[in-house]
Design a protein around this ligand. Structure first.
Ligand SMILES: *Cc1c(COP(=O)(O)O)cnc(C)c1O
Length: 396
């Protein structure tokens, strides 16, 4: 894995950096930065419309990026891959265009990130849809007494929690959803960078993830949607590229995915994402997961031995995330202390305020691991937490 780390220029520029916030966003390997730079320097043009070679080449690359995503999640067709800005926009798109009416029930879990919570709350207020909740147990696993009813039209659930690291049982949820004819949307923001995802094997209707958490550029995300689901959805934004025939009075629209990609798309970012996914596949998702879990288990064991440390989320087989609190130590003080040692962790509500409250706190600290982290990172992190917590306690 040393070679893998060496592929990330951030650590050449900042050799002292211990970066443990990859669950928020991941650093970029040379391959991604080079792909972006090469596209803008050598191949740049717009896509779709023009009849000159550089534009046709850019269109080809954009299509190749879509095909790379298709393969990455094993979608049946490139037409099922919609490029968006990020996970948030992918979920927003479904919430605005999936056919939901007053009284329809949408099932969420208590694990959800604000991105998969707020859009549904907005819809509940505007349209009168009803939100139902899958409960979370004390170890962070889901309570599998799933509150489905014949009114359930959609389940929107995270694949891996960004707080507890819980991997949710998508297959069981899909099985129950099928009984009542509900669609399943999976928030894959924390899963796509760390495990291989097969949307056909999971038999899900929608899958959302962000490029920037998969070592790709910001500003590019993916919404996978089953063909018949996307076909049934109207466009969200109107404009160029999403139309077929336009008259002064009215227009007809392209089929998916272009129907959902109004305006000039983020061609460069899509090409950067393609490079990121190739990079991830060349590392190997199984190898990456094995390494990250090794770091997670060392960190977890060491944190457990610190006085007053409580780990939030201990479900078996969890993703490479450890969220914790230390009695008497405010997470923000701890993070500021760690930052002085060049150690970056996440603190605060972790974009999941209701979930943290469920676990009895308003703020927590989180360390998350990625392919470029090392055992030395974990060691420096643990020693700094021990020392920092001690000093903060004394100074109070
Ligand atoms: C980061 C994250 C999101 C939101 O991703 P954006 O890239 O900010 O849109 C949604 N869900 C989970 C579980 C996340 O970790």
């Amino acid at each position: 894995m040393k070679q893998v780390r060496d592929a990330f220029p951030i650590f050449r520029h900042h050799p002292e950096l211990v970066y443990l916030d990859s669950a928020a966003t991941a650093h970029k390997p040379d391959a991604v930065i080079d792909a972006l730079s090469q596209f803008y320097a050598k191949d740049y043009a717009t896509v779709h419309r023009a009849i000159y070679r550089s534009s046709m080449r850019a269109t080809e690359l954009y299509h190749e990026a879509r095909e790379t995503v298709r393969r990455f999640i094993n979608a049946d067709s490139v037409d099922e891959v919609v490029f968006t800005r990020n996970t948030t926009e992918s979920i927003h798109l479904v919430s605005r265009t999936f056919d939901l009416k007053r009284g329809d029930e949408v099932l969420l879990s208590e694990l959800e990130h604000h991105s998969n919570l707020v859009p549904w709350q907005m819809l509940a207020q505007e349209k009168g849809i009803v939100l139902k909740w899958i409960k979370v147990l004390d170890n962070g696993a889901l309570d599998l007494s799933l509150p489905f009813s014949e009114k359930t039209k959609l389940v929107a659930i995270t694949h891996v929690s960004n707080v507890t690291g819980t991997v949710t049982p998508i297959q069981e949820i899909v099985r129950e959803a099928r009984r009542v004819g509900a669609a399943v949307l999976v928030d894959g923001a924390q899963a796509a960078p760390h495990m291989s995802v097969d949307v056909q094997a999971l038999d899900i209707d929608f899958y959302a993830f962000s490029g920037h958490k998969c070592y790709g550029p910001t500003g590019i995300g993916v919404l996978y949607g089953k063909r018949e689901r996307l076909m049934a959805m109207p466009p969200l934004q109107g404009g160029g590229a999403m139309v077929d025939r336009v008259d002064f009075e009215k227009s007809t629209y392209q089929e998916p995915p272009l129907r959902f990609e109004a305006g000039t798309p983020m061609v460069g970012s899509a090409i950067g994402l393609m490079a990121a996914l190739h990079f991830l596949l060349s590392v190997g998702l199984n190898r990456a997961a094995e390494w990250e879990h090794r770091l997670l288990s060392i960190a977890t064991n060491r944190l457990e031995s610190i006085d007053g440390c409580r780990i939030i989320g201990t479900a078996p087989g969890k993703g490479p995330i450890v969220t914790f609190t230390i009695d008497g130590v405010h997470p923000l003080d701890l993070a500021a202390w760690l930052d002085c040692q060049n150690i970056a962790i996440r603190t605060g509500h972790l974009c999941a305020q209701p979930l943290l409250r469920r676990f009895g706190c308003e703020a927590a600290a989180r360390a998350s691991f990625a392919v470029y982290n090392t055992e030395e990172d974990v060691e420096r992190f643990i020693q700094a937490v021990q020392k920092g917590a001690g000093e903060i306690l004394i100074s109070r």
